[in-house]
Design a binder for this molecule. Structure first.
Ligand code: KIV
Length: 277
């Protein structure tokens, strides 16, 4: 099933039904202008908790709060009309109990109007996923390399390199599917394992550092457009070099301010011409 090319907002259910058809195009977005630019090109916008690192300069995604996610979720909803918008539940807002997870998911959906929430974890989070789904809120799962657990895991470690790891990944994927999630992000795994999981489960898999055989792909927008100033992971492809574009524009602006060529006649107001305001 192909996703609609109209202005109709794509639901989580439509994403679920897109398994096995045209690949599902996903990107993160955190702001109104970027959501406006991406909306017609993608099927799903994720307001990822990567916002804590990308826009707020935190060292890990643990810097994200529920308030931060809601503010960025509202901006992305205002800037989009077609994409299915999914907002991440940040670390500390859902792990303790199903009740905590439901309260956080409910708050995010009520205050942003987004289509779904995402949370990290498989077997360990199945109760939380099932409880949120039970209230009618669609959930996207996330397994493999889990950014919210990097401190606990001792760094960004690719998963699926040992038999035990592979078994855990399959168990996690099946637990997320069984709990009723509409889709599953698979991050930072061995290529073959992500492809095998994609064949095995009935909900779409969205890969990031996973496999071209996943049902869809996602990247962090700032990585994809070459705006990330630190080193980007191997799985990122930079489709533009906005670092260069922005620093070149800033250099030009600085020199024109210093030599008084900006503002020029086109950028100031005269007393006589009333049509230029
Ligand atoms: O927070 C995020 O941006 C994510 C994606 C990388 C999947 O979870």
């Amino acid at each position: 099933m192909d996703l609609p090319s109209t202005d109709t907002r794509i639901s989580a259910e439509l994403i679920r039904r897109a398994k096995g058809s045209t690949p599902i195009v996903c990107l993160t977005a955190y702001t109104y202008p970027v959501a406006r630019l991406l909306d017609s090109h993608v099927d799903l916008l994720l307001v990822g908790d990567s916002v804590a690192m990308v826009l707020h300069g935190h060292a890990t995604t643990l810097g994200a709060s529920l308030e931060m996610m809601i503010a960025h979720g509202q901006a992305v909803m205002r800037g989009s009309a077609r994409a299915c918008v999914v907002v991440d539940l940040p670390a500390g807002s859902y792990e303790d109990s199903a009740e905590q997870a439901v309260a956080s998911a409910r708050r995010v959906v009520d205050e942003t109007g987004c289509q779904a929430v995402k949370l990290e974890g498989g077997v360990a989070m199945a109760r939380q996923i099932a409880a949120i789904v039970e209230t009618g809120i669609p959930v996207m799962g996330h397994i493999g390399l889990l950014p919210q657990s990097v401190e606990k895991d001792g760094g960004y470690k690719i998963k699926g390199r040992t038999d035990e790891n592979v078994a855990d990944l399959f168990a996690d994927a099946l637990a997320v599917e069984g709990a009723g999630a509409f889709s599953l992000v698979i991050e930072g795994t061995i290529e073959r394992v992500a492809a095998d999981i994609t064949r095995r489960i009935s909900i779409p898999t969205i890969g990031i550092g996973a496999s071209g055989d996943c049902d869809g792909q996602i990247l962090v927008i700032d990585d994809m457009v070459g705006l990330t100033v630190d080193r980007v992971p191997k799985f990122v492809k930079e489709y533009a070099d906005l670092r260069q574009v922005i620093s070149h524009a800033a250099e030009l602006y600085a020199s024109e301010v210093r030599n008084r060529t900006f503002p020029g006649p086109a950028h100031v107001f005269s007393a006589t011409n009333r049509s230029d305001a």
